[in-house]
Design a protein around this ligand. Structure first.
Ligand code: SAH
Ligand code: SF4
Ligand code: F3S
Length: 459
């Protein structure tokens, strides 16, 4: 059997795709190794979202040269968004890559690897499909507590800064039956939490069913205790969906709601399809419908032509919403995108740094406030594994997606425990368990429901 080493960069969708690739290769009699030096095939599943992702990949390809020197028959493949984004450029450039495969071409990988082994110089497939959803492939997952399911692929939003619609093609949803079927298998494999994935996950649509129906379907699977989703777009939040979130105790009360910018002119030229006012109204609606909901966001600073004054609107939204956490990025110009064709990258790097520092400082205060407000709350925590710092403690997450560190007690990975929060930093909550639940599911329901009803302080 040939050995494959595979490395993943980028978002959770790429992690999921790697599991698909492993499944496809495994059924073609490949096995896997954690050690590049051992491998007959090295695959890199790449990301293209910002320039940093590309830079990292070029450095890694340089690094891989030594394995080719040691093993002349080594096959190197570049998969995913960067391969798709740089198509022609990569084919023409000098590097050690033998195979290029975009996100819709993974079923052809065994055949492509065989061709290279049989002497073909280069193999590439950049075709994007309107139909490929890999519903017929059951991902090869590392056993654990949390599993991902991609419920839709691609994106039709074309935000002007974003490369994803070009690297992943048109939006397509899987059927509800196929997603629920996969969740049932996940539960049978011992997973406790499912995260439904899509670039634009809440625009899921299939045979008359929508995202709310899908969430309810997955939450109805026995053995699955928590359902999460990422990333939604602010344009698709019907009341029905928020109602389902509020009422279904297995659907976690956390929404990652990417803001990107706070100024109306900037939002307009980003093609985000909402204004500052719309966004703030949506946050109110979410908080009024789903009490105790936790919110996180993404922010881009230094989009072309953004002025200091316009950037103040981003800070203003952050202040008004006080997100539980936020990811911030300097605008990075991406090949193919609308912003790339229309605008020069005219906000200098110093300015972007200055803005990102401001966003960071503000968010740190908010994250700390939000976390400190949880102190003394009793929350259901799903234990994911050892804490980063010490094997003596567990790390788990609350329904609202906050990290909690607690003493190990006699709990196991995958246990749902009731924890009283005793301390907080901007990134982490600390707690002590106040009891094991005989019936974890009921406990989860009770604690979530109390949090949702606003009975728990800070919720
Ligand atoms: N589909 C997701 C976004 C995936 S990309 C969504 O719509 O929420 C994750 C984040 O990367 C985006 O929310 C955005 O904040 C950031 N991002 C995307 N393109 C970028 C670019 N060209 N420069 C900087 N940040 C970018
Ligand atoms: Fe990119 Fe916008 Fe699609 Fe998200 S919704 S993947 S930011 S184009
Ligand atoms: Fe990166 Fe592609 Fe995900 S660009 S963020 S790996 S969709």
């Amino acid at each position: 059997m040939k050995k494959v080493f595979i490395e993943t960069y980028g978002c959770q969708m790429n992690e999921y795709d790697t599991e698909l690739v492993k499944s496809i290769l495994k059924s073609n009699e490949y096995e896997f190794t954690q050690n590049e030096a051992d491998a007959d095939v090295i695959l890199m599943n790449t990301c293209a979202i910002r320039e940093g992702a590309h830079t990292k990949m070029y450095a890694r390809l340089g690094d891989l040269k030594r394995f080719r020197q040691e093993n002349k028959k080594l096959v190197v493949g570049l998969l995913g968004c960067m391969a798709q984004n740089l198509r022609g450029d990569l084919e023409r450039s000098e590097n050690i890559v033998d195979i290029y495969a975009g996100p819709d071409s993974y079923k052809r990988l065994p055949e492509m690897i065989e061709s290279v082994r049989a002497g073909s110089k280069k193999e590439y497939d950049f075709s994007l499909s309107e139909f490929e959803d890999y519903s017929d492939v059951y991902p090869e997952r590392v056993p654990g507590v949390k599993g991902w399911i991609a419920v839709m692929r691609g994106c039709d939003n074309f935000c002007t800064f974003c490369v994803v619609p070009y690297t992943r093609g048109r939006e397509r949803s899987r059927t509800l039956e196929s997603v629920v079927g996969e969740a049932e298998k996940l539960a049978a494999d011992g997973f406790k939490q499912v995260t439904l994935l899509g670039q634009n996950v809440n625009s899921y649509k299939s045979n008359g069913t929508d995202f709310a129906d899908l969430m309810v379907g997955v939450a109805g699977v026995d053995g699955i205790e928590r359902v999460r989703f990422t990333s939604p777009h602010p344009k698709d939040f019907p009341d029905k969906f928020l109602q389902v979130m509020a009422e279904n105790p297995k659907i976690c009360s956390h929404i990652h709601l990417p803001l990107q910018a706070g100024n109306d002119r900037v939002l307009e030229i980003m093609s985000r399809s909402y204004t500052k006012h719309d966004f703030l109204r949506l946050v109110d609606k979410i908080r009024n419908t789903v009490p105790g909901v936790k919110l996180s966001t993404d922010v881009i600073v230094g989009f072309p032509t953004e002025t200091d004054e316009e950037f103040e609107d981003t800070l203003d939204v952050l202040r008004q919403v006080e997100f539980d956490s936020a990811f911030m990025f300097k605008y990075s110009q991406r090949k193919d995108t609308i912003a790339y064709r229309k605008y020069a990258d005219d906000v200098c790097d110093d300015k972007k740094t200055e803005r990102i520092v401001k966003v960071n400082e503000l968010q740190k205060v908010h994250s700390l406030n939000r976390n400190q407000a949880e102190i003394r709350a009793e929350l259901a925590v799903l234990i994911e594994g050892p804490s980063k710092r010490t094997d003596e403690q567990w790390m788990g997450r609350t329904d609202g997606n906050k990290v909690v560190v607690l003493d190990k007690g006699d709990f196991q990975k995958g246990d749902m425990v009731c924890v009283e929060i005793t301390g907080a930093t901007a990134n982490t909550l600390f707690g002590k368990h106040v009891g094991r639940f005989a019936d974890r599911q009921r406990a989860n329901i009770k604690s979530n429901q109390r949090e949702k009803n606003g009975e728990i302080p800070g919720a």
